[in-house]
Write a protein that binds this ligand. Sequence first.
Ligand code: NAD
Length: 435
Amino acid sequence: MRNLAVIGTGYVGLVTGVCLSEVGHHVVCIDVDEEKVKKMKSGIPPIFEPGLEELMIKNIKNGQLHFTTDYTEGLKNAEVIYITVGTPQNIDGSADLKYIKQVAKDIGLHVTHDVIVATKSTVPVGTNELVHKIIQENLKENVQIDIVSNPEFLREGFAIYDTFNNDRTVIGTSQDHAAKIMTEINQPFNVPIFITDIRSAEMIKYASNAFLATKISFINEIALICEKIGANVDDVAYGMGQDSRIGPKFLDAGIGYGGSCFPKDSIALVKMAENVNHSFKILNSVIEINKKQQMILVEKAKERFGSLKGKKCAMLGLSFKPNTDDVRESACIYISKRLIDEGAEVSAYDPIAIENAKKILDSKVKYGANMEETLQDTDFVFILTDWKEFIDFPLDKFSDLMKFPIIFDGRNCYNLEDVKQYPIEYHSIGRASII
Ligand code: NAD
């Protein structure tokens, strides 16, 4: 088993550190956020991720997992250093590498022995070469630095499961020694390993996210056509997905993709292509379709009511998808702003993400303690996230709580035949409305 350091303890870094410790490695997680590190030292994860807290506490107790803000202490014995800091967007959409560059500099300044540096953050092609250069420029000792691109494919909400059950682990390196050590470290996860060069590994991550985003925008376009020609997009997607060349996943029509990855990574790939004089036409369309799709419920509501001025809307679901507290680039941000601009009153509820949402949504948004309180006396409801709690909610309660139940379902949570049993007006995506 190896001594490992993980730099950055967000959704990727903390899950990586915890899972590596769970399979027996000795892991030190480093973060610059003192508050976070203090919390984590006492076993409190700063993010919500199913199963994370239990594994974290277990491995802190058995001495496999440590947290620090101190690079000297954190890197002292590391044989592999993982970089897992954020790569947000610059104003022009390209990836902002300020955290990556800072980490590379700090590794250079603090490392005093031969080490492998593996980047898990999603970084544009060529960034690992830059990381190598910055480390070399700052080294105080004559030591060997091997660079690996090891992109992360976990899904928030299933991050622990995914780490142990991923479809593949990608290792990009030009060094046989580094490939051997990385393979050995990952062996206990029993995930197929694909070894390639650094640039291809970096590109695999962007190409994968862009392809998944394309599937989503594709089915959303099909949904719009289905509505106009009287087909049911859920059945269409099911029929398509049975073809093994297509596959059933990422064919759920809805209000588009959000989150901290697809939006920023698809734009970053467009920028990367532009830098080599290529116009990525498909991906540009995917991004444009998604922006439009995020507003589809507002358009449907406006068509239904004429004006939204003074109407009371309940917004159910604030995280960009279920089972996470992450609200980064969640559709609720744009939808709530538009509703308020249109003069509507917005009450909102989410089982987990309310505290994070409060930090970014307009102060005019009010929050309910539960679904019942949020729906009370509203004119219409927007379902934005397919939380199980919403799917399981008894349909008759909508009629009990609302003035007259008008549901705009952005995630096709309910079966049309079930809805028809109740006095509910129901509009969903790519399916006939029930009026
Ligand atoms: P995050 O914003 O949740 O976490 C980043 C962490 O890095 C923060 O805790 C921050 O305090 C810390 N940090 C910043 N600068 C630091 C420094 N100099 N030294 C130490 N720590 C520092 O980010 P995330 O969502 O975990 O994403 C990390 C990377 O992984 C991004 O490139 C992202 O695109 C990629 N990724 C994310 C996911 C996901 O589902 N979130 C999945 C796959 C890949």
